[in-house]
Design a binder for this molecule. Structure first.
Ligand SMILES: C[S@@+](CC[C@H](N)C(=O)[O-])C[C@H]1O[C@@H](n2cnc3c(N)ncnc32)[C@H](O)[C@@H]1O
Length: 276
């Protein structure tokens, strides 16, 4: 299971479409305003943005309309099928897009991709990566004065259910343990990713801002919540197969509540903006 909240294989376009609306309304607007101010002050004829783990292009869709044009986006992902969708998506005029099908875990990938970019962005990616990978990213960013890193929607380990029940906390602990497994970049930072990235960037001389970008999901979001319940339960079973019965019963109760519009879930995310 590569996606933190999905049981679907890989990161399917269907799953990314399901989460796009929640992502869009959850991004920290104050942080986006700072990003915009910073970019407006950048003396660039054409703004160059590299989006890491771009998927079907939801960062571009959310951020491009806010920034001055012309813009040149490079969307990097190791799933060519997702990039094909991203390449044909709607975008504001004055925005051009190229794609790069690369494994970002390969240490040779980042330097070439980052060459000449003003902004590096990543949404819902950092929690999959490792401490070494974040350190490498920050080191490359810090080499260029004026560089901007916008890392949004990183899962931070908090899942709060309403109504609550006693098995929520054990389930969340099991899921978070799973989040620290290898997701292709070595041992994943999981819920520690956003504070770790912020600390690394500050230590490397960046002005760093962080903000919450929690998903607040309710009755209207059952189509998104149900696969997440399956994903949380599958992850919990992987790390604690001996708790199979309790996990399956919990998932059945929560799925029924979601289907009846009686479940609200808040999922903790953080946005980080680092400016050199
Ligand atoms: C949770 S999705 C987020 C996608 C998109 N940023 C969004 O917000 O909708 C994580 C993305 O990272 C990509 N990814 C994961 N591991 C990767 C790797 N090693 N190299 C390149 N892309 C990777 C996945 O294919 C997926 O598109």
């Amino acid at each position: 299971m590569r996606d933190e909240h999905s049981q679907l294989s890989g990161f399917s376009a269907e799953w990314l479409a399901l989460r796009a609306a929640a992502d869009r309304r959850s991004r920290s607007q104050p942080l986006l305003a700072v990003l915009r101010r910073r970019v407006v002050a950048t003396p660039a004829r054409r703004l160059r943005i590299l989006d890491l783990g771009a998927g079907t292009g939801s960062t571009l869709a959310a951020v491009a309309p806010l920034l001055p044009r012309p813009q040149q986006w490079t969307l990097a992902d190791d799933e060519a099928a997702l990039l094909r969708i991203a390449a044909t998506g709607r975008r504001p005029s004055g925005t051009s897009v190229q794609t790069a099908a690369v494994d970002l875990a390969d240490p040779r990938a980042l330097p070439g991709l980052m060459d000449g970019t003003h902004v590096v962005s990543a949404s819902a990616l950092l929690d999959l990566t490792s401490r070494d990978w974040c350190r490498r990213l920050v080191r490359l960013m810090a080499r260029r004065s004026g560089a901007v890193l916008y890392a949004a929607l990183t899962y931070d380990g908090r899942i709060v259910f309403d109504p609550p029940e006693p098995f929520d906390a054990p389930l969340c602990r099991l899921f978070n343990r799973h989040q620290r497994g290898d997701k292709g970049f070595g041992a994943a930072l999981g819920p520690a990713a956003a504070p770790e990235l912020a600390a690394l960037a500050a230590a490397a001389g960046a002005a760093v801002r962080t903000a919450h970008s929690d998903w607040r999901l309710g009755a209207a979001d059952a189509a998104l919540v149900r696969p997440m319940i399956r994903g949380w339960a599958a992850a919990a079973r992987e790390v604690a197969p001996e708790q199979e019965t309790a996990i399956t019963a919990w998932a059945a109760r929560r799925t029924a509540q979601a289907g009846e519009g009686r479940l609200r879930v808040r999922i903790g995310h953080r946005d980080v903006l680092a400016c050199w």
